[in-house]
Design a protein around this ligand. Structure first.
Ligand SMILES: N[C@@H](CCC(=O)N[C@@H](CS)C(=O)NCC(=O)O)C(=O)O
Length: 194
């Protein structure tokens, strides 16, 4: 039995969506970072954490990769070129979308107030626009890594949704259509409850 620690407004969403896609049962503890439920499993207090039985795994991408490999779903097999490309896209999205959005969040509300540099947001928006334009050009299959849905789509869609709520513009029609299609999945809707 799996337990997902972390609320749906966080990267725990990726893990919940993954579990819904692969039809695995789980218990959800929708807590905030540094909650007493998190600290024994992750000293940084960051969410999400997945418990597989009593064994904790941290970091959303590590968690969904583990689930994909364990259940043989939403991934190309390890050791194949398709898997290498899937991993490359996942890491690129983490570098070019997740890291930029996270930096903006840190300078908006995560860091102690005296450490924030709000002016950095303008530069991050410029970078985000450049990176999403490049991502849109790479989108030539129905899914981000080709013909089948993989965990790379979970990370990418999550970042594009996050961008929307952080008011980082995503104007490319190809990315808008892609996000709309991913959000229409039943598993996605079961997590959001919409
Ligand atoms: N790379 C990690 C990042 C985890 C992370 O930063 N989570 C945020 C919530 S989405 C958090 O717990 N932030 C609290 C903090 O940084 O103090 C992942 O993908 O799980």
């Amino acid at each position: 039995m799996y337990t997902v620690i972390g609320g749906i407004q966080s990267r725990a969403f990726r893990v919940l969506w993954m579990l819904e896609e692969i039809g695995q049962k789980y218990t959800h503890k929708p807590v905030k970072p540094r909650d007493p439920l998190v600290m024994p499993h992750n000293p940084s207090g960051k969410i999400p954490v997945l418990l597989d039985g009593t064994e904790p795994i941290s970091d959303s991408t590590a968690i969904i990769t583990y689930l994909a490999d364990k259940h043989g779903a939403l991934t190309y097999p390890a050791g194949t070129l398709e898997r290498a490309r899937q991993d490359a896209i996942t890491h690129m999205v983490l570098d070019e979308l997740d890291a930029v959005l996270w930096m903006a969040a840190r300078h908006s509300f995560v860091l102690p107030e005296e450490q924030r540099i709000p002016e950095v947001k303008q530069s991050l928006k410029w970078e985000f626009e450049r990176n999403t334009a490049r991502l849109a050009d790479m989108l030539n299959g129905p899914y981000i890594a080709g013909d089948k849905m993989t965990i790379a789509d979970i990370v990418t869609t999550h970042c594009l949704n996050w961008a929307h709520s952080a008011k980082f513009a995503v104007e490319d029609e190809r990315l808008i259509a892609y996000t709309r299609k991913m959000r229409a999945r039943e598993a996605f809707k079961r997590v959001t409850g919409k």
